[in-house]
Write a protein of this length. Structure first.
Length: 394
């Protein structure tokens, strides 16, 4: 169960969270890049001087975020989760013979994941996981047969009863449903990764379920603080010539671009909505995300590598070509993502301490997410009839 009220009150005071607020942790999907959010959790626990599972009333996650959420709910510290990830990540992303995301999917087998899930969660249900430490749980997945998102939830009520349509589902079954990313892994019968559409960032799902369907009156507008942890963004700044003539097969380029961009746009939409003035009064939303590019990383404390990494000697030297190519399954970048997470944790500890949303002064743009635009050029071109007429039709 939760720590003593006085200890929790002291922790909330550290993070400038009202004493009466419920705390919800939301963890993005992102494959091996989940190691970044684990570093942020380690920073959170360092500041709190308490395990995250003892602080948060609810944990929610998608895909790799769901795995982290499940380990938290069942009583693992961030350091213990990191140990399990270090052992798991190479095995889980084990390629199938002749497996290819676009021409012979899936690319990977789920044998290692199923073994990991059985070893760590055995046959406990979501209800049983929630009961361990009184930490409510939400896991997202996409039901292709029903054409809808499924939220696997378990909420512990004040009378020691539980709510949640799928509270008696095996925890490891819900996790496999959530991590079955199309083209990377085979579906779990009807289910694919919860991040394929809107909920790679599970924040809005967690808020909706807690407020409207948990049956727990303790979750109410104006009394919820959400800590949302990203797994990093690989920006897709595509040059104008490449948009017309992509490198390699067109289908591979566009499918990869769409799968990456749809999830990111959906996450941005949620974040922008929750940061809008009206919602800011209803939900204390704190988002922590970074883009993998030199401009963003230059804001972090630099660190020299103990040995050259991808041909570079320090974090600030790493090129945009490397940073923008860190796909969720490319485990060769695992250590680099971990270092970025560690340095991001130092940045947060110094500048923010999880006490507020991590945005610039305009309260809209993320501090560590690079945005590019060319308003002047767009206005000039899109207002010009001749320019429009000169654009190719096919």
């Amino acid at each position: 169960m939760k720590e003593k009220m006085s200890e929790l009150a002291a922790v909330k005071q550290k993070f400038k969270i009202p004493a009466e607020n419920k705390l919800i942790l939301c963890l993005d999907g992102g494959g091996m890049r989940g190691i970044l959010s684990i570093q942020l959790l380690k920073t959170f626990e360092k500041i709190a001087s308490m395990p995250a599972y003892a602080v948060f009333d609810m944990v929610s996650g998608t895909s790799t975020g769901a795995i982290i959420a499940a380990l938290l709910a069942t009583g693992h510290t961030a350091a213990q989760i990191e140990q399990r990830y270090n052992l798991m990540v190479d095995e889980v992303f084990s390629p199938l013979f002749l497996g290819n995301r676009f021409f012979n999917p899936p690319r990977f087998t789920k044998k290692a994941f199923r073994r990991f899930a059985a070893e760590n969660f055995r046959d406990i249900t979501l209800r049983e996981a929630t009961a361990m430490h009184g930490t409510d749980l939400l896991i997202t997945a996409k039901d292709m047969a029903a054409g809808e998102e499924t939220f696997f939830t378990a909420f512990q009520l004040s009378d020691n009863q539980f709510s949640g349509t799928y509270a008696d589902v095996l925890l490891r079954a819900a996790l496999e449903a959530s991590m079955s990313a199309p083209t990377y892994f085979a579906p779990l019968e009807r289910f694919v990764d919860g991040g394929t559409t809107t909920y790679n960032n599970p924040s809005s799902a967690a808020i909706i379920e807690a407020l409207n369907y948990s049956g727990n009156p303790g979750y109410e507008y104006g009394k919820i603080t959400v800590i949302s942890l990203g797994t990093g963004i690989s920006p897709q700044f595509v040059s104008l010539p490449e948009i017309k003539n992509p490198k390699g097969p067109d289908i591979a380029f566009w499918l990869n671009w769409l799968m990456t961009e749809m999830g990111q746009d959906a996450s941005d939409m949620q974040t922008d909505l929750l940061r809008s003035p009206r919602f800011r009064d209803l939900i204390d939303y704190r988002r922590f995300q970074i883009s993998f590019d030199r401009q963003a990383l230059s804001k972090l404390p630099d660190v020299k590598f103990t040995a050259p990494m991808h041909g570079f000697g320090s974090l600030h030297e790493v090129s945009d070509k490397i940073l923008c190519g860190m796909d969720m399954s490319e485990t060769k970048f695992y250590e680099l993502v971990k270092i970025i997470g560690q340095q991001m944790g130092l940045y947060i500890e110094k500048n923010n301490g999880f006490t507020r949303d991590m945005v610039l002064k305009n309260k809209v743009r993320d501090e560590l997410v690079t945005a590019r635009g060319d308003v002047a050029t767009i206005l000039k071109q899109m207002s010009n009839h001749q320019w429009l007429q000169n654009q190719p039709l096919d």
